[in-house]
Design a protein around this ligand. Structure first.
Ligand code: 5GP
Ligand code: ZN
Length: 118
């Protein structure tokens, strides 16, 4: 079993542990995925790894396998939800300029409408 790091003050660690309620859409031994509380699209899901780390750069540095775990879950969800053909967007915000507000690495999956080009 992999060594999972927690942060007692982290809101997403609390959601993973069930201390804060959430609307789960998928979980497995690595990943917990739940609906964003302020949806920016008809489907807006947050994918978090159970292993706490602050952003994708730290994840790549310390636990690159975690990135693969996240994207396998995203693939599974997109197929289950039937959006793998119509399409979706994945975003991970990093730091102040990236607009990151929760410092437990997470990936926004947005779908259910045609996104504007960036
Ligand atoms: P960030 O701004 O860090 O990229 O994304 C954080 C996201 O977490 C935001 O879209 C925000 O709506 C969502 N969020 C913050 N607190 C909670 C919560 O307690 N429950 C859920 N489901 N989403 C949350
Ligand atoms: Zn955390």
């Amino acid at each position: 079993m992999e060594n999972l790091h927690h942060d007692d003050n982290c809101i997403f660690c609390k959601i993973i542990k069930g201390e804060i309620p959430s609307q789960k859409v998928l979980e497995n031994e690595h990943i917990y995925a739940f609906k964003d509380i302020t949806p920016a699209a008809p489907i807006h899901v947050l994918f978090v790894h159970r292993n706490h780390c602050k952003n994708i750069n730290e994840m790549v540095e310390k636990n690159p396998q975690n990135i693969i775990d996240v994207f396998k879950a995203i693939k599974e969800f997109s197929e289950k939800e039937g959006i793998d053909q119509s399409g979706f967007r994945v975003i991970s915000n990093i730091g102040v300029d990236g607009g990151q507000t929760v410092f437990h690495t997470h990936f926004h999956l947005l779908a259910g409408k045609k996104m504007r080009n960036l």
